[in-house]
Write a protein that binds this ligand. Sequence first.
Ligand SMILES: Nc1ncnc2c1ncn2[C@@H]1O[C@H](COP(=O)(O)OP(=O)(O)OP(=O)(O)O)[C@@H](O)[C@H]1O
Ligand SMILES: [Mg+2]
Length: 250
Amino acid sequence: MNNPLLRAKGIHKSYGTGAAEVKVLRGVALEAAAGEFLAVTGPSGCGKSTLLHILGALDLPDQGELEFRGEPVSSANRTWQASYRNLQVGFVFQFYHLLPELSVLENVLIPRMVLHSYWGWRRNARQCRDEAVKLLERMGLQHRLRHRPRELSGGEQQRTAIARALINKPDLLLADEPTGNLDEVTGGTVLGLLGELNRAGQTIIMVTHDAKVAALAHRRVHLSEGVVREKGNPVAERDAARPLMTEVRS
Ligand SMILES: Nc1ncnc2c1ncn2[C@@H]1O[C@H](COP(=O)(O)OP(=O)(O)OP(=O)(O)O)[C@@H](O)[C@H]1O
Ligand SMILES: [Mg+2]
């Protein structure tokens, strides 16, 4: 792949030491092009979340390097990694991870707030708020701005989490089992939204153990025994996936 957005090379990650050591990733190589919707599949415990956390610099590999637009991430300094995490990457998790004491709107604004100094935030708050409201409207949540997460359905919470992931206009959206906690119909709506975002240009890497969910991506790779293997024909499979997306959303 020429000039991929993201390139992971020789990623190793283990947990524990000595006899208790678990070697989870054993030389993962992975590339994602700008505009791509990539699914990483694999059974429970194979290391999908571990890999996604490394791709988003939430965690560091023991060995190997992650490059974003050709720039090293894993070996960069902490300031650069923090900026990568907050500006270039948006995260969506299986269990949403919304802050319960904040409203929907406030949850979405958090990643934007941390970009600013106190006075910078005071100057920009109104514009940021307008952007967050627009994003929540796009997620169909305009009537829930002041609600707390516990007052929302699972699908609404996940759509809030997607809005939060997008508020800083990241180049890359990382989703960890985004429908894993939702029923099939609600999960279909969330997947439909991810598909729409991708068609509007958003690069997405999603991990899932569910082949039906993975079928909606352009390209699928499989993680097992600590390495990633490619499978499938990207273009033909994407076209084949469209009717399913329409079906689950209708
Ligand atoms: N912090 C940790 N300390 C020790 N072991 C860990 C830690 N995090 C993950 N592991 C182990 O690493 C392996 C991979 O975990 P990971 O959560 O990445 O798997 P997964 O593919 O995302 O699984 P699932 O589909 O169930 O979410 C598992 O065996 C897990 O027990
Ligand atoms: Mg996981």
